[in-house]
Design a binder for this molecule. Structure first.
Ligand code: FA5
Length: 343
């Protein structure tokens, strides 16, 4: 074989290999091209190498030298393509790795909702006064939401327009065939559930969501939270109620807070009071309270001649609003991160 013909074949192989390698887009395609040109058994370079045997003896040194250069050029075309393909994957991998040597940047982490924070703090305050926490369901029957709380059938608090009634269900006791179910309108339901199961003395609080079809405005929301307190013992008086509520309000709102009690009415307490605090030039009601009505004590099987007690139910949102200077209850439930991030 003439030398020139051999050299031409080598040159043609280089340009063919370079354009094939540079067109590959994946590791698999590149490997296929590598085998095609550089494969040890049937690669194209190997086939051209075999032709070297037919080159004239005196031309062999130049043919061998050019062959080695050709091999180097094809290998380097392969390396370039390999770096291109591996390099792209490497960047993606690096992006997902944590590099501790990079300058610090703070992560934006979530925060606990202000109402949840308030609930935890109120539990803490009442815990220090010896009150443990009890829970009750948000879907209630009319016995726990009304009847046992001395709220008769014809009481306006049972009006369908004042409550979120859900359905009727089979009663578990044989007394009535069906009970009305509703989203509880007050946490006072938990008083009944605890007293039904526990003998006095009792000192509990219960915190949770309650639901009323109230129109949302600056101080009302159709779903809000209450903290319920209940203390039953042989000699609990109105003075105990007043001390606990005052201590509670000053612990949470600060010593400078002014609170007042107004005579009021709840079917399940007698006497009843409304508790208000003074804020921004006006009195704001933050809860109701009173001495547990003897009818309620009887409904849960207690003897009103032996035990007495007080109960209170306060709006958690309104306490939190006063504490943080929030003027509109609706802010809590807009999910606006600019508001929530402040707590
Ligand atoms: C009651 O719910 C009684 N169960 C409280 C009670 C418990 C009295 C134990 C006696 C003994 P009232 O409906 O007033 O009471 O609600 C209590 C507090 O919940 C209110 O003072 C107010 O702070 C808050 N509240 C009532 N309605 C809303 C509303 N729509 N949005 C936000 N807070 C509310």
């Amino acid at each position: 074989m003439a030398l020139q013909e051999f050299l031409d074949q080598l040159e043609q192989l280089v340009s063919e290999a370079e354009s094939t390698f540079s067109a590959t887009e994946s590791t698999d395609a590149l490997e296929e091209a590598r085998v095609e040109f550089l494969g040890a058994k049937n690669g194209k370079l190997k086939s051209v190498q075999k032709l070297m045997g037919s080159v004239d003896k005196e031309d062999k040194p130049l043919a061998g030298k050019t062959f080695n250069e050709t091999k180097g050029r094809i290998e380097s075309a392969f390396e370039t393509a390999n770096e291109r393909i591996q390099g792209g994957a490497g960047d993606a991998e690096r992006d997902t790795q944590f590099d501790p040597s990079l300058p610090g940047a703070s992560f934006k982490i979530g925060r606990i909702h202000p109402i949840t924070q308030t609930i935890e703090e109120l539990k803490d305050i009442m815990g220090r006064l010896g009150f443990s926490t009890a829970d009750g369901p948000e879907i209630e029957d009319d016995w726990h939401n009304f009847v046992a709380l001395n709220i008769p059938d014809d009481h306006p608090a049972r009006d369908p327009l004042e409550n979120f009634y859900l359905a009727t269900a089979e009663a578990s006791s044989g007394e009535k065939n069906q009970v009305n179910l509703l989203l509880r309108s007050q946490t006072s339901t938990v008083q009944i559930r605890v007293m039904e199961k526990t003998k006095p003395p009792i000192r509990i609080i219960s915190l949770g969501r309650v639901y009323r079809p109230d129109t949302a405005d600056a101080t009302h929301y159709p779903m809000f939270h209450q903290i319920e307190g209940l203390m039953i013992d042989t000699n609990v008086t109105m003075a105990d109620l007043k001390s606990v509520l005052r201590l509670f309000a000053t612990s949470y709102l600060g010593d400078d807070v002014t609170i007042r009690f107004r005579p009021s009415f709840f079917p399940f307490t007698e006497p009843s009071v409304e508790a208000d605090y003074y804020w921004n030039g006006q009195w704001i009601e933050f809860g109701g309270a009173g001495m547990v009505d003897p009818n309620v004590l009887q409904a849960v099987g207690y003897d009103p001649e032996e035990v007495t007690g007080f109960a209170f139910g306060l709006g958690v949102e309104r306490l939190c609003m006063r504490r943080h200077g929030i003027t509109d209850i609706r802010e809590f439930y807009k999910n606006d991160v600019r508001f929530l991030a402040q707590f």
